[in-house]
Design a protein around this ligand. Structure first.
Ligand code: DCS
Length: 492
């Protein structure tokens, strides 16, 4: 496209920000585009495919796959959004008494009782106080509402911290590999360097502190200033729940090395292994006797996961401790620039998640039945899928101790690897693409999360409803056998 001056105004891949080009997010990558094409084909010619629906096991979006929202949370939201019904007689019997009380309490905390107004950047003060009280109840250590910054889900919290910490490519962030790609994408977009530390698949994706230390030293020897260490607990995509002793080592390491500890704890309610307990890093730090001045810790949480799964509502918070008041002000300034950085629904939901009904409240029985029903079903689904993957030739799968994913390893035949090379995709993407084509099941290739070179994986959520799991197992098993037969290595 030319102009009078002869200069081109066309925006091309060569003229956009190269950091955007560098950034990748496999959870919604090529495989989803392929799924959408098949979805369209199903609509146009339903009998042209060997399956009748696409099952999106690529993304941790529980309600998209049929998980029901928690009644109490939705009642409170409904009442906050249409307060007229609070006073009317319709409310009698329609809403539980504690939903009505909670909605009133929340409305009174919102300036002007206006859910449609901009809110204070950091989030509504009364809601932050509720969240701080919830953290205190969870951990048994104090939490200060001034340290809480409400966010539209966990994602903006991660971006804000990267924006704050990364000054140039010489600044690095230690991240686990395999890694939920928000972190690699955010580091790329904010122009820093990802310093990888590998989780150990052979020991249930454990975090070995000597590996972290050695990667830190390697990065420093290359002139990288490592600013922070990211820990995702429970892990995504790896599903491990850290042991307390391991958490203490991580805290000690960050303290000695002067690193900010970025603790992503969005799956804190999703723990299935009976021998595992979730401890927040905030609790571990305080339990070890460290105070604000000793260590900088950012704990990130979200309404997207847990038993609530309200990811479309976009709510979450970060609790920022161990930063000086002037740095915290700068973090808030980043939030200011986004103007009313969090939507009000997300803020309300975050306060509800951190202060759900208690024993004795009218909603409590229903609330706990819904919560326990969801979590115990997720645990059963995780176990059935894990066993199914482990039963397949050339596949091994660690337990999902927590979170929402399984990350099996596939030992792919050389012939399949060559076939993938011939079409210029990674071998795991080749497997995943064939799986989708033949079964309608969408999973994400391991290369989107990082993996030890030469190993191949995929990530599959445990979110399809329980009655669908047997059919999924059958479809994957049939596909896998056929795939392995087709690509059988005769010479091995
Ligand atoms: N941190 C982790 C570890 C996550 O898994 C996710 C979302 C987020 C942060 C961001 O979530 P919200 O912004 O919604 O709070 N998980 C993605 C995933 O792996 N599949 O679906 C979304």
């Amino acid at each position: 496209m030319g102009s009078v001056s002869g200069l081109s105004h066309e925006v091309t891949l060569q003229t956009i920000n190269p950091k955007v080009l560098k950034c990748q997010y496999a959870v919604l990558g090529a495989i989803v585009a392929q799924a959408e094409r098949l979805q369209e084909q199903l609509k146009q010619q339903p009998s042209s495919l060997s399956f009748d629906e696409i099952l999106y096991c690529n993304i941790g979006s529980p309600q998209a796959l049929g998980q029901q929202p928690i009644t109490f949370f939705r009642e409170v939201l409904a009442l906050c959004y249409h307060p007229d019904i609070l006073d009317g007689s319709e409310t009698q019997g329609l809403f539980s008494g504690d939903s009505i009380r909670r909605a009133l309490q929340i409305l009174n905390q919102i300036p002007g009782r206006a859910v449609g107004a901009y809110s204070m950047t950091q989030g509504i003060k009364g809601l932050r106080e509720t969240i701080a009280a919830g953290i205190e109840a969870r951990d048994g250590f104090p939490s200060n509402a001034n340290n809480i910054i409400l966010t539209d889900g966990a994602t903006p919290a991660v971006h804000m911290m990267m924006q704050l910490l990364l000054r140039s490519e010489q600044d690095g962030i230690l991240c686990p590999i395999p890694l939920y790609p928000l972190y690699s994408a955010s580091i790329a977009i904010h122009g820093g360097t990802l310093v990888p530390y590998y989780l150990d698949e052979a020991t249930g994706w454990s975090l070995n502190i000597s590996e972290v230390k050695s990667q830190l030293e390697t990065a420093r020897s290359k002139g990288i200033t490592v600013r922070a260490l990211v820990v995702i607990n429970p892990g995504n995509p790896t599903g491990q729940v850290l042991a307390l002793e391991n958490q203490k080592q991580i805290v000690e390491f960050c303290k000695i090395e002067g690193l900010v500890l970025l603790a992503d704890e969005v799956y804190q309610e999703n723990v299935y292994a009976p021998d595992k307990i979730f401890y927040s890093f905030k609790k571990v730090v305080r339990f070890m006797g460290y105070q604000e001045k000793d260590i900088a810790l950012v704990s990130i949480h979200s309404v997207s996961k847990g038993y609530y799964g309200e990811c479309g509502k976009r709510g979450g918070y970060m609790e920022v401790t161990g930063f000086s008041a002037d740095v915290r002000e700068q973090i808030c300034k980043i939030a200011h620039v986004y103007l009313c950085s969090t939507n009000i629904t997300g803020q309300i939901l975050t306060s509800l998640v951190m202060n759900p009904p208690k024993a004795g409240d009218a909603s409590y029985e229903l609330y706990s039945a819904e919560k326990n029903g969801i979590l115990s079903s997720l645990a059963r689904r995780a176990k059935t899928l894990e066993d199914a993957f482990n039963n397949l030739e050339g596949m091994t799968c660690n337990k999902a101790e927590g979170a929402m994913y399984l990350f099996p390893r596939i030992n792919l035949p050389q012939k399949a690897i060559k076939a993938a090379e011939a079409v210029h995709i990674t071998p795991d993407a080749f497997y995943v693409s064939r799986l989708l084509e033949e079964t309608g099941i969408v999973v994400v290739p391991g290369s989107g999360f990082g993996q030890v070179p030469g190993t191949w994986h995929f990530r599959c959520t445990i979110l399809p409803q329980e009655d669908k799991i047997p059919a999924i197992v059958e479809r994957v098993t049939t596909f896998h056998k056929k795939f392995m037969d087709e690509f059988y290595d005769e010479n091995v």
